[in-house]
Design a protein around this ligand. Structure first.
Ligand SMILES: Nc1ncnc2c1ncn2[C@@H]1O[C@H](COP(=O)(O)OP(=O)(O)OP(=O)(O)O)[C@@H](O)[C@H]1O
Ligand SMILES: [Mg+2]
Length: 360
């Protein structure tokens, strides 16, 4: 999705020039004439960054910045103040109000462009860091809860099964069936948590992604059951090897394939392909003709414990996400309700975990 930039300036020409430049840089742009309109636009347009003039009628830039930064919902929006030359007070005041940066007028559009790019990058990294911290804390918590739950669960399950074997009262048998079904669900969750713990420390060695895909597909076919599902592979020949934990990647791909199988009601097709992208990026796509999902659901599917299934633990994609991240990759989803879903995984072959030249 394109980052969104809001330009707030009372000068029509400035608004026009900045707007043209930001659009040319590939951002989604909206404009406002003063602080009052600016705050209204923030509500509707939800910008990632605001370019904010200071001297404006009705509400000036300082006040708008102060309000943005004092509201929990808008404080993470980056602000660049456009200040008059030499007005030291303007800069200080702007930074005190919480603006992340300032640009002195008259500015060159090239400079604005560079500052915006750099601030958006910092923001993106901060968001990633916050996500990573959240995942780490959650991992520890889940681990502790699992530890506490495991033993009592084994007892409850075992006793319920034993009672069920000897129970003749139909009502009591029904209650015990419900108990056993819930225990089964929790047991599945414990298994998933073990899987999650298992993928936290990868052991990397050069490997071939096509081979991992073939293995995952073979495993996935066992879960098709009665459904009429074809799993096709379109694998790029001579795919470059890279540093991987192939067992972990197999788990990640299997979780994705498993979901695609679940998403197909009776008959459908799943295609998994490897393709080269620009630069040193290797792309893996998994497409299915399943039930698809609403965008509101798609936004949450990587969150731990998010599930729409009766027996789902909601951890399959959390695990896949983490494994792919460990491999210097990212994953995104495109889906249309009733039509199907495509997951795109991008492995960055150069970067912090550059493979040995011999393995490329
Ligand atoms: N290919 C897909 N098509 C449609 N919906 C999907 C697809 N993949 C994931 N989802 C949605 O995302 C949710 C989360 O998926 P995830 O794999 O994390 O958990 P789960 O499948 O519900 O449980 P489990 O932990 O057993 O995998 C699913 O419950 C489903 O609603
Ligand atoms: Mg799943």
């Amino acid at each position: 999705m394109k980052p969104r930039i809001l330009i707030v300036d009372d000068n029509e020409k400035s608004r026009f020039l900045l707007s043209e430049k930001m659009t040319a840089d590939g951002y989604q742009v909206d404009t406002a004439k003063d602080g009052v309109e600016g705050l209204e636009k923030v509500e509707k347009f939800r910008p990632d960054l605001v370019l904010l003039d200071i001297m404006m009628p009705r509400m000036d830039g300082y006040e708008m910045c102060r309000r943005l930064k004092s509201d929990e919902r808008t404080r993470y929006i980056s602000v660049i103040m456009l200040t008059a030359r030499g007005e030291l007070d303007d800069k200080v005041m702007g930074l005190e109000m919480g603006a992340e940066d300032y640009i002195v007028k008259p500015y060159s559009l090239v400079e604005v462009s560079a500052r915006v790019r750099s601030l958006l990058r910092v923001k993106m990294l901060q968001t990633k860091l916050r996500e990573a911290e959240k995942m780490a804390v959650l991992g520890e918590m889940v681990d502790q809860i699992a530890h506490e739950v495991r033993n009592p669960l084994v007892s409850i399950g075992g006793m319920a099964r034993r009672l069920y074997e000897h129970e003749t009262n139909p009502d009591h048998r029904k209650y015990l069936e419900v108990m056993m079904a819930y225990v089964e669900r929790l047991e599945k969750m414990m298994e998933r948590i073990d899987e999650y713990k298992g993928i936290l420390t990868p052991r990397m060695r050069p490997g071939n992604i096509n081979q991992v895909i073939e293995e995952a597909v073979e495993e996935a076919r066992k879960f098709i059951g009665e459904k009429d599902i074809t799993i096709k592979t379109e694998l790029m020949p001579g795919v470059p090897e890279f540093e991987m934990d192939s067992a972990h990647l197999r788990v990640a791909l299997l979780n994705l394939l498993h979901n695609s199988i679940d998403a197909i009601d009776r008959k459908g097709e799943i295609t998994i392909s490897t393709l080269p992208a620009e630069g040193n990026i290797l792309v893996v796509k998994i497409r299915d003709t399943g039930c698809g999902m609403e965008s509101e659901v798609a936004r949450r599917i990587f969150h731990p414990f998010f599930t729409s299934k009766v027996t789902g633990a909601g951890l399959g994609l959390t695990i896949a996400y983490r494994v792919i991240e460990n491999h210097n990759g990212d994953i995104e989803v495109e889906s249309e309700k009733g039509k199907g879903t495509t997951f795109t995984i991008r492995f960055h072959l150069t970067g912090s975990r550059t493979p040995e030249p011999s393995s490329l």
